[in-house]
Write a protein that binds this ligand. Structure first.
Ligand SMILES: [Fe+2]
Length: 205
């Protein structure tokens, strides 16, 4: 079975921006439900858990054709939520440092310009989905939007941060004001963790 990721902070860690209720429901109900449905389906398909979740994305052909979409959707739901919850921290690591900072400044001119680009992209999202910060094959940084539970791995990119833009992420706190939720993300984003992911990614790829 694939295991549940415990939250690395308390449910109220981001109050008042994101409430206890929002984080609790998002992690303990929504994300947990994706994981439970994934494990249930994989059990029905007699899967032996020989791959990590990311590796499994490259081996969906072990499943019957008519089940692959659902496996992919649930896998994406688990991977994207894990990335989202670990793209935030109450520790105020809100500015990129090291290699990631260098790459951002090389490509976007400044940290401020990059932040504006992430917000611009996120505000363009139509319907449900995520804005991702990804690493491409040349170790460059890109900001992309994907719908529903699509994952950047399916497009040959490695995600290092995710902003969940499904309404359940913010509606209890910000109602229809998604732009408020998007700009608040930069007060709780965890660039210490995201920077570590960037360095690991460029080392291993
Ligand atoms: Fe979500």
């Amino acid at each position: 079975m694939y295991r549940l990721m415990k939250l690395p902070y308390s449910y109220d860690a981001f109050e008042p921006l994101l409430s206890y209720q929002t984080i609790y429901l998002h992690h303990d109900k929504l994300y947990t439900s994706y994981l439970e449905r994934l494990n249930k389906l994989l059990k029905e398909l007699n899967y032996d858990y020989r791959y990590s979740m990311v590796e499994l994305l490259d081996h969906l052909d072990i499943f019957p054709v008519d089940q692959r979409d659902q496996v992919l959707f649930l896998l994406g739901g688990v991977l994207n939520h894990k990335l989202y919850f670990t793209s935030m921290s109450p520790e105020k690591n809100v500015e990129p440092m090291g290699e990631l900072r260098k790459q951002i400044e090389k490509q976007y001119g400044s940290w401020d310009a990059f932040q504006i680009e992430v917000m611009r992209k996120a505000n363009l999202m139509v319907g449900s989905g995520y804005t991702f910060i990804v690493v491409d094959k040349n170790h460059g940084i890109e900001v992309i939007n994907l719908s529903n539970q699509e994952t950047p791995y399916s497009y040959g990119m490695i995600p290092i941060a995710a902003l969940d833009l499904w309404e359940h992420s913010y509606y209890l706190d910000d109602y229809h004001k998604r732009n408020q939720y998007i700009s608040d993300f930069f007060s709780i984003i965890d660039f210490k963790e995201i920077g570590k992911r960037y360095e690991k990614t460029i080392k291993e790829n």
